[in-house]
Design a protein around this ligand. Structure first.
Ligand code: UDP
Length: 255
């Protein structure tokens, strides 16, 4: 990889353009801007970094759980993944310019990794889902280097997992354990890793494996991905209640 991306001496990877929503600083940039001016330089300069893709449920969890809030605010970037975040930013009259779905960001990063010979570690999901996802990735990205992979059902302190990620020296580490587990796992062990862009990706491996279908583009464009997910996975209704509470709190300014 060529050192064609130069970062300033004091790398301003921490939240240069943000909008605060319930005391969480969301990045307010387009996906392309984020990639071109932040993430790609970080990858090329091998700077360790941490990305959180947050939706209203995550913000509400942070409101109720101080330890989780501390974990997510350690991220270099908190990305607005969730239509409710965009709605809240408008209600607060500090509009976020673009929703950045974590799934899209992850896909862009995987495609970029393949082209630029960067390696990925895929941690999370059920064992069979993780294997199926690796198979699909290899089909779609034959030149992608998978530095390692493991399912997501392990103890938070499992040394085998930490050492496996550490030894793999991957440039990108996608962690699909669902929230709050993925952010808690990343922040708990972050100090042990020398390199890597760490990103919590929730249920994205299930989608990559073909186990869960993503909403059609028309629904995504209408910011209705959450509704599609609810219709497909009705057991998620409790989450929607949290998202509704989030919007009501924003509206009433009761943070
Ligand atoms: N998962 C995991 N380990 C766990 C709990 C969950 O690997 O201990 C995986 C689960 O199999 C699924 C993902 O984490 O692939 C959670 O997906 P979900 O869509 O619920 O993500 P969230 O919206 O909670 O971030």
């Amino acid at each position: 990889m060529k050192g064609c991306f130069k970062l300033p001496v004091n790398i301003p990877i921490s939240n240069p353009y943000t909008t605060s929503i319930m005391d969480i600083n969301f990045l307010n940039k387009s996906k392309q801007d984020l990639l071109n001016h932040h993430i790609y330089p970080i990858l090329h300069n091998k700077v360790k970094s941490f990305i959180v893709t947050a939706n209203p449920e995550i913000v509400m969890r942070a409101r109720e759980d101080q330890a989780y809030k501390e974990a997510i605010t350690r991220a270099d970037y908190i990305i607005p993944d969730g239509a409710g975040i965009i709605v809240a930013s408008r209600l607060l009259k500090t509009p976020i310019i673009e929703r950045v779905p974590g799934f899209d960001l992850m896909n862009d990063l995987i495609a970029y990794a393949e082209i630029h010979s960067l390696s990925c570690y895929m941690l999370g999901a059920k064992e069979e889902v993780n294997s199926k996802m690796i198979g699909k990735l290899k089909e779609k990205h034959p030149n992608l280097t998978i530095a390692g992979n493991h399912h997501g059902y392990f103890d938070m302190d499992d040394r085998f997992i930490v050492n496996s990620v550490k030894n793999a020296q991957a440039d990108l580490v996608f962690v699909a354990l669902g929230f709050p587990r993925q952010e808690n796992w990343i922040t708990k062990h972050y100090h042990e890793f020398d390199k890597g862009l760490f990103m919590g990706v929730g249920g994205c491996f299930d989608v990559l494996a073909g186990e869960v279908k993503r909403a059609p583009d028309s629904w995504i464009k209408l910011n209705l991905e959450w509704l599609y997910r609810l219709l497909k996975q009705p057991f998620r209704w409790k989450r929607i209640l949290k998202a509704i509470e989030f919007i009501i709190r924003i509206q009433l300014k009761r943070y």
